[in-house]
Ligand binder design. Structure first.
Ligand SMILES: Nc1ncnc2c1ncn2[C@@H]1O[C@H](COP(=O)(O)OP(=O)(O)OP(=O)(O)O)[C@@H](O)[C@H]1O
Length: 302
């Protein structure tokens, strides 16, 4: 749950469950996104990521629970709610193949009543590096160009919530970088971004939280900021140091890995506590949090 509180949240998924016939796909999924927050959904094939994304965008209905976008129920609010939403749910997004990329965007801008459309279209085509192909029919676009046009269309009307199912699938490394750059920029300008991904190492650099789906439930939520506050410490008498750290209230988890201790918490205070207790601290290094490794451990027994 967002620390910002639900009143300020751009998106609230509240106890959402989904069944297809008698088959439960999702059960009691809840999370929320504050303005400017990036939330990644991860989970094995078939764990329900696409189903959840389709419900968040109003394309599918929950069997129970609800989805609020800027405080309004997405399934009941009609256009008034959906105008806050930009989404790429099907990859590649559907466009009129015989129209140019620019003409497709013009059509979408017209449908959403966007003011200053020509300039905005120029800007998004530039941002997604599509200027060179903007006036060619979409039928001739590569998969990567189509994917980028999908993202251009999603951000066109300046949504407050951006929802993307696997936004980098099928893209080359440059295309992946481009998409990540755009998502970061969107988040920095206050847009809440929800995406599903199998590429955890790629997104871990800018995701605020990661929800791990398994067996139809949200089995874990990783707060990335906290996760990066881990350090490896090489100390004298690691067993005794471990016992000391375990008693400190500001240490949010500590374990021994061979000859080093891996501790989560404010590193200055941790080192001071050890030195005060008579330990020698030989080495302190930031412990790179490997989201992918963590994810693999978490889903092992699902
Ligand atoms: N329309 C449907 N009717 C019946 N079952 C469905 C339907 N849509 C999805 N499912 C089932 O729901 C489960 C979750 O599917 P979903 O596509 O949401 O998973 P996913 O996490 O997005 O998978 P992937 O990583 O492969 O994209 C699967 O078991 C799937 O077969």
């Amino acid at each position: 749950m967002s620390e910002t509180g639900e009143a300020a949240a751009h998106l609230v998924v509240e106890n959402v469950s989904k069944r297809y016939g008698r088959k439960p796909v999702l059960e009691g999924v809840s999370f929320s996104l504050a303005p400017g927050e990036v939330y990644a959904l991860a989970g094995p094939n078939g764990s329900g990521k696409t189903t959840l994304i389709r419900m968040v965008t109003g394309l599918a209905f929950p069997t129970s629970g609800r989805v609020l976008m800027l405080g309004e129920n997405i399934h009941e609010g009609g256009f008034a709610v959906r105008r806050h939403l930009g989404a790429v749910v099907e990859a590649p997004a559907a466009f009129y193949p015989y129209l140019t990329g620019r003409a497709n965007l013009e059509r979408l801008a017209w449908l959403s009543g966007l003011a200053g459309a020509a300039e905005r279209i120029r800007d998004v085509l530039f941002a997604l590096e599509l200027v060179a192909v903007a006036d060619q029919p979409v039928a001739g676009y590569s998969l990567g160009q189509r994917q980028r046009l999908g993202l251009a269309a999603a951000i066109l009307a300046r949504p407050k919530v951006l929802v993307l199912d696997e936004p980098t699938s099928g893209l080359d490394p440059d295309g992946i970088q481009k998409v990540h750059e755009i998502l970061r920029e969107q988040a920095a300008s206050g847009v809440s971004v929800l995406l599903s991904t199998h590429h955890l190492r790629e997104v871990s650099a800018y995701t605020d939280r990661v929800g791990i789906l398994g067996g139809g439930r949200l089995i874990d939520e990783v707060v990335m900021e906290g996760a990066s506050e881990r350090h490896r410490l090489r100390v004298s008498e690691p067993d005794r140091a471990l016992a000391v750290l375990q008693t400190l209230p500001f240490v949010d988890g500590v374990e021994r890995k061979g000859e080093v201790l891996v501790a989560r918490g404010p590193v200055d205070a941790i080192v001071k506590a050890l030195v005060d207790d008579g330990h020698r601290v030989y080495e302190v290094t930031a412990d790179y949090f490997d989201l992918y490794e963590y994810y693999r451990e978490r889903i092992k027994h699902v």
